[in-house]
Design a protein around this ligand. Structure first.
Ligand code: SAM
Length: 321
């Protein structure tokens, strides 16, 4: 049995834990206990996300973005001139993307779509369905991480419209957001555009409600001994970094949990937390000033900016400068 106290010196090569669970063991045995955010992002995780996002009465982000895309897809499609490759980072089921694909096919006649996602089987299946739905569409799925997907297109001559929907960028650790933007900027030319969907910071009560009751406890954990908490951390409205929501499980009493699948026993003090992310933010929540600062700090300008009627969701079109 692996014990939390000796994990730093433990030789994982001699143990029979599935490879993809090792980061979970490492996270649970750090002083600041945490679960890696990407854990669960595979074909199954993306399928579950699509069901929760489209049906949850409290997680309204997906529907707010859909409503905005219904209004703005034609304008978005005219941001680039053909021939254009449409690239989507973290595309998942690409259900909202259908609106942009339809608008681009109407404007451009034909289109190549490159969905980029860790959920390779899912995007391959979705790609075939999209090709059946839309004559004139060619889908080239890329199963892998975001930046590999972008780098893979660096030799292509066509203009690119890069999509990062679902406020997924807000899940990137706040200390890495500008670097990620700079890396993306380095792969784009002045004719390319980068469209991002971002959740705004204005309705705190609904924001916290959105993250309620989504935790599925491991069978080894006693639900009554943990509290499931999401806090809103407010940052200065005129500052560089956005506010954010942070989520964690708080142990209500001193006790140990034996995680059988991990072969690990973890001791919890009363009040000790397991964070759901490596970094501070589970999800950043933005205002227009912070979005402009993000652009300026990473070599972009904001070319277009659309919000919904409630001003609680926005689509931003970044142009490389
Ligand atoms: C929150 S879902 C968003 C899905 C869809 N874009 C939407 O707006 O409904 C995030 C998607 O990003 C994928 N993903 C997460 N991290 C990734 C990474 N580092 N590289 C590639 N795909 C990733 C997941 O597999 C998942 O399909």
């Amino acid at each position: 049995m692996l014990d939390a106290d000796n994990v730093d010196s433990f030789d994982f090569s001699n143990c029979d834990i599935a490879l993809d669970l090792i980061p979970v063991v490492e996270g649970l045995t750090k002083e600041r206990k945490r679960l890696p955010f990407w854990h669960g992002w595979d074909d199954k995780g993306s399928e579950i996300f699509e069901i929760i996002a489209t049906t949850s009465p409290t997680y309204t982000l997906w529907k707010r973005e859909l409503a905005l895309l219904e209004m703005k897809s034609n304008e978005i499609a005219s941001e680039t001139t053909p021939p254009t490759i449409l690239v989507e980072l973290g595309s998942g089921a690409s259900s909202k993307t259908r609106l942009i694909i339809e608008a681009m096919l109407k404007n451009h006649g034909s289109l190549t779509f490159v969905p980029v996602d860790l959920a390779k089987d899912m995007i391959t299946k979705v790609g075939k369905e999209l090709e059946q739905s839309y004559p004139g569409l060619k889908v080239e799925p890329f199963g892998g991480i975001f930046m590999d997907g972008i780098r893979n297109l660096s030799n292509r001559e066509e203009n690119k419209l890069l999509l990062f929907l679902g406020s997924s960028f807000s899940n990137v650790c706040m200390y890495e957001q500008v670097n990620m933007m700079k890396e993306i900027r380095a792969q784009l030319t002045a004719k390319d555009r980068f469209l991002m969907g971002l959740d705004m910071d204005n309705d705190r009560a609904s924001l916290l409600e959105a993250y309620n009751d989504q935790w599925d406890f491991d069978g080894d954990m006693d639900k009554t001994k943990f509290e499931y908490v999401y806090d809103f951390v407010e940052k200065p409205a005129d500052g560089e970094v956005p506010s954010y929501v942070v989520g964690y499980l708080k142990s209500l009493v001193e006790h140990s949990v034996n995680f059988r699948k991990l072969g690990l026993t973890v001791y919890f003090q009363a009040g000790e937390k397991i964070y759901f992310t490596d970094g501070p933010n589970h999800s950043s929540k933005w205002n227009p000033h912070q979005i402009h600062r993000l652009a300026e700090r990473s070599g972009f300008a904001v070319e277009n900016y659309w919000t919904n009627e409630a001003s609680d969701y926005c689509l931003v079109c970044f142009v490389p400068v």
